[in-house]
Design a protein around this ligand. Sequence first.
Ligand code: ADP
Length: 405
Amino acid sequence: MSTSVLVINCGSSSIKYALVSERREDRIFGLAENLGSADARIKGVTTGGAALELSIPHADHEKALETILERLAHHNPQAIGHRVVHGGTLTKAELLTPEIIERIREATPLAPLHNPAHLVGIEATMRLFPELPQVAVFDTAFHQTMPSHAYRYALPKFLYTQHNVRRYGFHGTSHAYVSERGSMLAGSFKQGGWLTAHLGNGSSTCAIWNGQSVDTSMGLTPLEGVVMGTRSGDVDPSIHSFLASNLGWDIYKIDKMLNSQSGLLGLSDLSNDMRTLIEASEQGNEDAALAIEVFCYRLAKSLAGLSCGLPRIDGLFFTGGIGENSAYIREKTVSYLPHFGFNLSKELNDNLKRGTEGRIDHGTGPQIWVVPTDEEGRIAKETEHVVDEVTASATKKPDAEAAIA
Ligand code: ADP
């Protein structure tokens, strides 16, 4: 179908939205923030790239969604795609039915900060727009192709069989889009072995073989893996008992520290923002310089580890705010991977225009590309795909029933 799809990403006090149509340049998008407070507002970009700023005092999710849809109604969106962080063991995007909503609710213990907010948004849009098909697209789904030796923890078996404790992986929409787009640019669409580095406030890496995720850095929750803005990434799990025994910290304090006060912010004692750290490091701030070094070294170590999941490495894709915009971080990361034959071109890397895609190696060894991610575009595409499938099976049904009769 040729449609525009409204993509919605509901957080606890915010809603990101994008109206995705054929051309990426025509996209209308925005953010409703501070929901539930006097300062609630919508900020975004509307038709023709014009800025939008709208105060919606005390609006809740439902009111904000109503306002967003009212403003977009004349664009006639034909479906709504919801980003959902945790789909448990759901392997692909799904049309929202009471059963799928229940499965999202069941996965809540695995994503206690995200799934409840998504459910608020889903329930509000279903009440407001019952006639529009709505689809959930899961961050975890792309990684459901990981083999068990990649997704199981070396923990007692019952924790997996009875409590679903395993590695799930996140940022799946981004890794799927970037590896698909990148392999197409490289002339081997969904073929071969690729590493992706999605580097934003949250960061993760992924190994992809013939278009399927075979391993990724995030695990049961988005805390595992590489160093992030405020998240620690991998630490010795005994940190919990160490801090409890020696500092008397409880589990909530430790969890908060690992999720919100660690990573680049914790190391630098300055900021979670990579741009700020690069500037500070240039001015001689040693903590900022160390934070950057740890970030790049641990990132390279993660990519090297994930390469075990690939029969061969055809290349590496950088994406996310840091991966797309920082030649310095890309160069430093590749410098920590001396055994893989990567041959980064300083000139191509430094001169790649921000926000554009391009190849940045010398043409020998595995390829290195920058591929700006497009999670909204991917969610819209998956939403269209699910709606098309459902429509096709609904129109086929009478024939099938006639054949059986
Ligand atoms: P999110 O995960 O919230 O979507 P983004 O993908 O937008 O985050 O990435 C945000 C990160 O990208 C921040 O750390 C920011 O400093 C970094 N970033 C953006 N532009 C640059 C740049 N030119 N150089 C270095 N880092 C940058």
